[in-house]
Design a protein around this ligand. Structure first.
Ligand SMILES: NC(=O)c1ccc[n+]([C@@H]2O[C@H](COP(=O)([O-])OP(=O)(O)OC[C@H]3O[C@@H](n4cnc5c(N)ncnc54)[C@H](O)[C@@H]3O)[C@@H](O)[C@H]2O)c1
Length: 306
């Protein structure tokens, strides 16, 4: 089995690559290194520096066919999508269409896509199931929702199978201080050097934090599930406030953390928690790491990095 992982030099993509290598897959990473880095790439994978928008991608895949594509490459931040909607659309929509065309014309069996909880926006009824109302509040969320529609139509029109995974807030080793769900790595990095943590809002806003290895496992299972051609929430189903998160971190680093509060950011949602029952039942997946365990592993890797 041969798999192409776009964005495989990034945070989540590199963990997916590790999981695929562990399973004995021939794995190729395609990344333009705009946010990722070579040090993240498993040495057993082959690396290709390329942009998902490059128009010769279809020629490349026809010359070297893949069984599966795992598409993680994206413009990943909500604020950037609001300041530069053109770029967000270019990478997240045009880039996806370019990847889909390459898949279709080269006979890829299935594409697994990194979607996001941002597709839902800020609805009142929590936890959100996959069928919940979708009213994205940012162009980033909109781009992921439109991307899911493209996947659905590529399946209906051309038979290209897909699984879209709507990640909650992902955290873990190799996450940088930027990105959609970087609050944990930002806070832990600051905590280690005794800098104040900036909370946007009053800290009562909630998130559903999922450890990156659990997300990699979901991607792995999505390659083989008999229940493809739909979207799944990939989450813990547990709602944690930012203030509670800081409390947990405090216990972990064993010192008081200085916190400062700033106005909420445009496009940020207030509460977020996703129901993961469908992924449990249909993908045979479940989160295996508790927040305390995942935080401990993340902190250890940050300490090691120095
Ligand atoms: N981190 C989260 O909490 C989270 C939550 C929901 C969804 N997601 C989605 O998961 C995926 C991975 O996110 P991440 O957190 O690992 O971010 P990341 O920035 O670490 O990884 C993205 C990778 O894509 C590459 N990339 C960006 N634009 C590219 C392009 N035009 N061509 C080729 N490569 C390109 C970057 O260099 C980077 O290595 C993204 O699609 C993101 O939207 C992430």
């Amino acid at each position: 089995m041969k798999v192409l992982v776009t964005g495989g030099a990034g945070f989540i993509g590199s963990h997916i690559v590790d999981r695929l290598i562990e399973a004995g897959f021939q794995t190729v990473v395609l990344d333009n290194l705009s946010a990722g880095c070579l040090a993240n790439v498993n040495p057993a994978a082959r690396f290709m520096q390329k942009d998902v928008r490059d128009r010769d991608l279809a020629d490349l895949l026809r010359a070297e066919p893949f069984d599966f594509v795992v598409h993680q490459a994206a413009q990943t931040t909500v604020p950037k999508s609001l300041t530069d909607p053109y770029y967000d659309c270019d990478v997240n929509i045009m880039g996806l269409v370019n990847v889909l065309e390459a898949c279709r014309s080269s006979g890829v069996k299935r594409i697994v896509f990194a979607s996001s909880a941002a597709v839902y926006g800020d609805p009142a009824d929590l936890p959100l199931s996959e069928e919940a109302d979708k009213q994205p509040t940012s162009f980033y969320g909109l781009s992921k929702l439109v991307a899911e529609k493209y996947l659905e139509l590529y399946y209906k029109n051309f038979g290209l199978e897909y699984v879209a995974l709507r990640y909650a807030n992902v955290y873990g080793e190799r996450q940088t201080d930027s990105g959609e769900g970087g609050v944990i790595s930002i806070f832990l990095t600051k905590a280690l050097v005794d800098e104040p943590l900036t909370v946007f809002g009053d800290g009562t806003q909630t998130r559903d934090f999922i450890y990156v290895r659990d997300v990699a496992e979901a991607n792995y299972r999505a390659l083989f599930t008999a229940n493809a051609n739909r979207s799944y929430n990939i989450s813990t189903g547990q709602e944690i406030s930012v203030n509670e998160l800081i409390g947990l971190m405090q216990q972990l680093v064993e010192k008081p953390l200085i916190t400062q509060y700033a106005p909420p950011r445009a496009g940020d949602i207030y509460r977020s928690v996703l129901n993961n029952a469908a992924a449990r039942a249909m993908l045979g997946w479940q989160p295996n790491y508790s927040l305390a365990e995942g935080l401990g592993r993340t902190l250890a890797s940050l300490r090691q990095r120095g």
